[in-house]
Design a protein around this ligand. Sequence first.
Ligand code: NAG
Ligand code: NAG
Ligand code: NAG
Length: 482
Amino acid sequence: MLRAFRPSAMAIFRIVIVLVIIVFIFTPPEVHNVFKSTILREDDVGAVPAASGSGVETDVNIGDLFDKGKELAEDNSSTATDPLVVTPSTERGQRTVYLINAPRYHFEVVIPFLHAFSSLPNVDLTLWAGNEGANRWGVRQWLDRYSQPKTLKMRSVDNFSKAAENGAAVPDLIFLTSCPEDIRRLGSTLQVLLDHGAHVMCIIHESRLFNLNIENEEDSPYKNEIKFMRPWIQKGQWQLVTLSQHVQKFVEQNFAEYFQTGTQVTYSPPVLYPVFKLPKEEVQLQTAKPFVTIVGKLEPWRRNYSKIFEQYAQFNPPVDLVLVGNGNRLPAPDSIKDKLIYKSGLEFPQYFAEISKAVLILPSFATEHYVQSQASSSIATAVITVTPPLMTRQMLSAYAYLAEDAVWIQEDDETEVEAFSRIANLGQDKWRAKKVAMADIRQNLVNENMKTFEAALAALDDHVPPRKVTIAQQEVKKASAK
Ligand SMILES: *[C@@H]1O[C@H](CO)[C@@H](O)[C@H](O)[C@H]1NC(C)=O
Ligand SMILES: *[C@@H]1O[C@H](CO)[C@@H](O)[C@H](O)[C@H]1NC(C)=O
Ligand SMILES: *[C@@H]1O[C@H](CO)[C@@H](O)[C@H](O)[C@H]1NC(C)=O
């Protein structure tokens, strides 16, 4: 009779199940939600951060700013390879992660996410990259640096399919840095890995172009990629990711229609921040003549150079305008030609170091896309180099991860050059305060990236290692024929 009081194996099993369910219910929601597109995030995307208090005005040479900027940019308190700031939120097993970037560009986006994944414990990370992009412009040395404390494990995307055919670990998570290009290049193998249970996160860069409802190719070039992703989104194995709050909002509002998923899917992509801390020895600032800068390739459809040039000619501010980036020289009025300085052909480290010497970055958007549906690299560069950008309040509300105390505000009744000329008279305490605030924001964003990845990895089921499949060649062929 006594035997009846001893719990049977079945009873123990039931108790364990109940405990597991209880633990699951009380786990913070973000841990479950990273792969559940159906749950909306409650971030107040539209909120403009409160204005900071105004400091005391002092009359100081603008050149002094560079000394302050130099100190901050060198920031010896910590390095690119900080000790881990984020501890895993839950107990989880080892995770295998593939970080992928097939095209030649976007390595400035790879670096922050390489750093974030590498900083987490129990992550086996492989970077699959295009050889050309990874080995030009000094990129490679930074890939090594930002994979610390781990050692960079990098393989060529050219070998991606072959590796799968020869028997590869099915990764727990695949992160696509250049989503449509990565799918185009590696889709057939991705399909097979997804079939074997891998999860994907992919960055949506130009979100307005992902629209099945538009006929013409130019405005909707990614129809095949949408159709590729869609079934996996519906299964909860594919999560879209954005690089700023305004893009997150755009995706939330439009993608059910764009992807033709109706009410089946609610899109709520997390925001990751394409920013990282500059290594201090790469920043060799000199206190030279003060200048402002426009950054990135000299592409007039991205940045309105002629508008700034006209204002310069009219207002004649006493500072140089340095154009840091590759491309052909731009047409400019003769009267300002001695104020325009071109810096091109720079390697990655010099590119960021050069920008960090500037007083401010002029984003000078040539299109509304940068406040509606697409994240600007000028804004990310401003954070990376702790060089505050000049922004209208509308711009600031789009990039809600910034705050008014870390950027320069262009008032409604000012042109960019008028705003800059006013800022040039503010004095070094105020300039310094902006840089300090930006350095704080940068640190927070770097930490946020790690938290988001940790939550994503924790949300995946533990599996029994080793989880290795050999993908038959015909399986890859079949998938690519779809
Ligand atoms: C960096 O370190 C040097 C010497 O250790 C120190 O003099 C300097 O003030 C430090 N700078 C910052 C921004 O902490
Ligand atoms: C592909 O892998 C082979 C070895 O498996 C290596 O010799 C070759 O260099 C790799 N190809 C590229 C483009 O990296
Ligand atoms: C650049 O600005 C000028 C003057 O404000 C404007 O007329 C022009 O349309 C703008 N160009 C672009 C590409 O936005």
